[in-house]
Design a protein around this ligand. Structure first.
Ligand code: HSE
Length: 436
């Protein structure tokens, strides 16, 4: 049986997950591949001892020992972050190694450089675990949906944010309290900025869009709004109207331009994405031939993410065995067919909206608000005025039909200038007819 030698840089949660999966599934993987996948070296700055089942694996602190080991064919990078991960990967490619990574920040911002280097050296780069944890979303997009134009993709791509919104929704507790609880339980990072501000979701959206449209999508082009301003009140009102609030990644393909945005979104409760709760992820594709496809599963975690990394290792090992490379291009389209994609400016999108106005409860308030909305071509679908607070402020909750984002911005600026408005208006976008 042919040996395939693997070196692993980074033995944290995902790294130890990969080691566990390769060990636990060794016999099954041999029956499926006819190959012996050997984890021969691990480099990690903090690990002093490997688990007993890795008795044949060498442990050190020097990534160079892996990158320069002539016996190693596949280098797995699982340290995360931009540097030194980028340098290690480029050095490994330069040494003719195939690379597997789970690094969404790196792939979304430096993927073009890495894929170019890999193509020049004739090696593969696998990054299945960078989006959707254990869900085989990248393979599905590149291979299962290869015969489709992707007309829309949407996803709940951050388990931490989804866990927080789910807890807020179930318990009615405020954002800060749920975040503190999630951190105490080890679900959320000590610095949860990327997760709660939508940045991690945008990294993942950029990767999916690149493969969907055959273009390097710059992460910076994606409009990003996080969930830290979401209140139990808005979650409650959204529920009353039949919606759940989710942090959604959205890209709609309009042909000559594509939308690219991450924001809290009212998802109709009958939509499958509304039922993705807790730390789970869900990804939705609309292909022109296949129609709608949804994938669901653990978006993070030791063994699920280890399973996704192992799948890349197996793909590459099979290619090594069959002496082929580049069979499936990194970004789905051949490098010479990668193009540019024009991102729709956020002001130019159209969708239905949820507004929560906070106004003084005096005669004429509702007609002043609806007058401004009317002047801006925004049509009201439903409106509910809630009980007056002690301070005489009253929430007015409104849903609109599809409206232009630019018109909404204008209208809300004018409404927030009214002497009767006592707090900035809350605006959330709504997913309707499968589109946000
Ligand atoms: N921080 C990510 C999440 C982990 O919460 O989903 C997986 O990328």
């Amino acid at each position: 049986m042919q040996d395939i030698n693997v070196g692993l840089i980074g033995f944290g949660t995902v790294g130890s997950g990969l080691a566990t999966v390769l060990h636990d599934q060794a016999e099954r993987l041999q029956r499926k591949t006819g190959l012996n996948l050997r984890l021969v070296r691990v480099a990690d700055l903090r690990t002093t001892r490997l688990p007993d089942f890795l008795s044949g694996t060498e442990l050190g602190q020097d990534a160079g020992a892996i990158i320069n080991d002539p016996e190693i064919q596949i280098v797995v990078e699982l340290i995360g972050g931009i540097e030194p991960a980028r340098t290690f990967i480029l050095q490994a490619i330069e040494q003719g190694k195939h690379v597997v990574t789970a690094n969404k920040a790196l792939i979304s911002q430096h993927g073009a450089e890495i894929f170019r280097a890999a193509a020049a050296k004739g090696v593969e780069v696998g990054f299945e675990a960078s989006v959707g944890g254990g869900i085989p979303v990248i393979k599905a997009l590149k291979e299962g949906l290869v015969a489709n134009r992707i007309d829309a993709l949407m996803g709940i791509l951050n388990g931490t944010a989804n866990y927080i919104l789910t807890r807020m929704s179930e318990e009615g507790i405020p954002f800060d309290a749920v975040l503190a609880e999630a951190q105490a339980k080890g679900y959320a990072e000590a610095d949860p900025t990327y997760d709660i501000e939508g940045i991690d979701t945008a990294h993942k959206l950029a990767i999916l869009m690149s493969m969907a449209y055959g273009a390097n999508v710059p992460f910076e082009a994606i409009s990003v709004e996080g969930i830290s301003h979401i209140t139990p009140l808005d979650i409650h009102f959204a529920r009353e109207f039949g919606y759940r609030i989710k942090l959604l990644a959205v890209s709609i393909n309009h042909g000559d331009h594509v939308e690219a945005r991450v924001h809290p979104t009212l998802v109709p409760e009958h939509h499958m994405l509304a039922s993705i709760n807790g730390a789970f992820n869900g990804v939705w594709f609309t292909g022109d031939e296949v129609g709608d496809v949804m994938l669901y599963g653990y978006g993070a975690g030791k063994l699920p993410t280890g399973s996704a990394v192992a799948a890349d290792v197996v793909d590459i090992a099979r290619n090594i065995h069959h002496r082929c490379v580049g069979r499936v291009p990194a970004l789905s389209y051949l490098p010479q067919h990668l193009g540019e994609v024009r991102i729709t400016p956020l002001e130019a999108i159209r969708c239905p909206y949820y507004f929560r106005f906070t106004t003084r409860d005096v005669p004429g308030v509702l007609s002043a608000i609806s007058g401004i909305l009317g002047e801006n071509g925004i049509s009201i679908e439903s409106v509910v005025q809630k009980k007056r607070h002690e301070d005489n402020a009253v929430p007015i909750v409104m849903l609109t039909y599809e409206a232009d984002e630019a018109a909404v911005t204008n209208a809300l600026a004018a409404i927030d200038e009214l002497s009767t408005t006592v707090a900035p208006t809350v605006k959330l976008r709504i997913l309707s007819d499968g589109r946000a």
